[in-house]
Design a protein around this ligand. Structure first.
Ligand code: AMP
Ligand code: ZN
Length: 118
């Protein structure tokens, strides 16, 4: 059984209890458009399993991060930003800028990004 959380926004999106613009789904991963996009391409990639933050990745579930990156790469290709460049972001906890406590990878593309980030 997959671990999901009653009051988690992204679990609700995964269970289709809240609408989203889905761009990809399989047995373990889901991707949907960010509701408040920070770039022309801004997609959120999540595991179906409720893992609160990237610091909770363990030897047991680490392969999920690889699956998320694979999906992100394919979506970047599909959106036509792969060659130009794109950014993967995972925010962790307060100072990392995390606001939704269900592990997610941001795929951002379609414009130039600065470094270091703000
Ligand atoms: P983070 O700050 O890394 O936790 O990112 C959370 C992201 O989720 C933000 O970019 C929000 O715009 C996005 N977000 C919040 N609610 C929704 C929603 N209902 N559908 C899609 N994206 C959302
Ligand atoms: Zn969740």
């Amino acid at each position: 059984m997959l671990k999901t959380m009653e009051n988690c926004l992204f679990c609700k999106i995964a269970k289709k209890e809240i609408p989203s613009t889905l761009v990809y789904e399989d047995a373990s991963i889901l991707a949907f458009k960010d509701i408040n996009p920070q770039a022309p391409v801004h997609t959120i990639i999540i595991p179906r399993e409720h893992i609160e933050r990237v610091s909770e990745i363990t030897e047991k579930n680490a392969s999920l991060l690889g699956e998320m990156a694979l999906v992100g790469n394919r979506l970047a290709q599909k959106e036509g930003v792969s060659e130009r460049g794109y950014r993967f972001v995972i925010n962790c906890n307060r100072e990392g800028g995390q606001t939704v406590f269900h592990l997610h990878l941001h795929l951002l593309g379609g414009r130039s990004f600065r470094w270091p980030p703000g």
